[in-house]
Design a protein around this ligand. Structure first.
Ligand SMILES: Cc1cc2nc3c(=O)[nH]c(=O)nc-3n(C[C@H](O)[C@H](O)[C@H](O)COP(=O)(O)O)c2cc1C
Length: 350
């Protein structure tokens, strides 16, 4: 670990306590380059720079989504023009090459009249981006794969491991290039076992995860990691990649993924892939996650309004985010994704 990383993390830990003492409304002003989280069904909005005309929600203490937004916006970039050039945003993942590290997120139930799940997949395929699918039935996954989107299926932590194994077999047979599980849907808001749309859930042990990894025989991913502890257990279990995520603010006071990303990257980076989701709404957000140790990022709710306008509109937004990322790479001397450097990032508020 570099000294600069150590000092930055130390600062984060110290300053987290300091944040509590700050006047929250004072921090709730305009956010350069940021964007309000797109509510499902809202009109697409232009993101970035002076064009960001969004209504910015105040930071609501305990609301992980709004704090995640502030965290992104508190990170600044230094410039490194000398010896820089036009960057490549190509992503190598599990033996395949993609044009961008900006992926779709594992969404589900996008049942708009135009067929949201299929539009989402087609847009990812058009951008040569990795596509993720959340819960849903076998036929829906088969239809998604038929779009040509290279897809990672995320299975719920079903109470029945037989059901988990069955879904793994189906995903592999259907042609997914990786499969995984979102571990953060094990408990409900009362601390009991969760039940998602009538389907009973259970927390899984490291040993159970190991058995899923073994059964899959293709890369197995765990989504919902938000600690070094879980990341190390995933590594122990043979997991090929983790998604650092709080599942869209699922649990109050969850850390922003970027707050734990560097520590996780130090612990398991290079030994497994690290993906990030939650609150990514621009290429600049993507850049910050990649600089701090992510291999790729997912975008969910921000793309949902574009789905209403079809494949082209959605693909155009992914491409625009990739262009924003490319610009940030160019001006910081990063010519390919493997040259990302966390020392480019400077922390301000947190
Ligand atoms: C409509 C919708 C459906 C979702 N369904 C799933 C799911 O089935 N499985 C899953 O792991 N995550 C699911 N998620 C969570 C997303 O994968 C992601 O973690 C979350 O939305 C945060 O990313 P974002 O801020 O880019 O939206 C869903 C999110 C939304 C908005």
């Amino acid at each position: 670990m570099k000294d600069s990383q150590l000092s930055r993390r130390t600062f984060v830990k110290m300053s987290t306590a300091g944040v509590a003492a700050m006047s929250l409304p004072a921090l709730a002003g305009a956010r350069p380059g940021g964007a309000a989280e797109a509510a499902p069904g809202a009109a697409p909005q232009q993101q970035g720079g002076a064009a960001a005309q969004n209504v910015i929600p105040a930071w609501r203490p305990g609301d992980a989504d709004s704090f995640t937004r502030y965290y992104f916006d508190s990170l600044m970039l230094e410039a490194r023009y000398l010896d820089s050039d036009i960057p490549s945003t190509k992503l190598e993942l599990f033996g395949e090459t993609f044009d961008t590290p900006i992926m779709t997120a594992a969404l589900s139930h996008l049942n708009n009249p135009q067929g949201g799940m299929i539009i989402y997949a087609k847009a990812a395929a058009a951008c040569k981006a990795v596509h993720w699918m959340g819960m849903g039935e076998d036929k829906e996954l088969e239809d998604i794969i038929a779009t040509g989107a290279r897809t990672i299926k995320v299975i719920k932590p079903h109470e029945s491991n037989d059901e988990v194994f069955r879904r793994i077999r189906h995903a592999v047979g259907a042609g997914c290039f990786a499969v995984g599980m979102d571990i953060d849907h094990a408990f409900n808001s009362q601390g009991k076992y969760d039940n998602v749309l009538g389907l009973p859930m259970r927390p899984k042990t490291t040993e159970e995860i190991r058995s899923f990894v073994k059964a899959a025989r293709i890369p197995f991913i765990i989504k919902g990691v938000l600690s070094v502890t879980d990341a190390k257990k995933c590594l122990e279990a043979g997991v090929a990649g983790i998604v650092i995520s709080h599942h869209g603010g699922h649990v109050p006071y969850s850390c922003p993924p970027l707050m734990v990303l560097e520590e996780i990257a130090d612990a398991v980076g290079g030994k497994m892939k690290i993906f990030v989701d939650c609150g990514v709404v621009s290429g600049m957000d993507a850049y910050k996650a990649l600089a701090l140790g992510a291999d790729a990022v997912s975008v969910g709710r921000h793309l949902m309004p574009y789905l209403r306008d079809g494949v082209e509109a959605t693909a155009k937004r992914i491409d625009a985010m990739t262009a924003e990322l490319a610009r940030a790479m160019a001006v910081t001397g990063v010519t390919s994704l493997d040259k990302m450097d966390p020392t480019v990032i400077h922390r301000t508020l947190f």
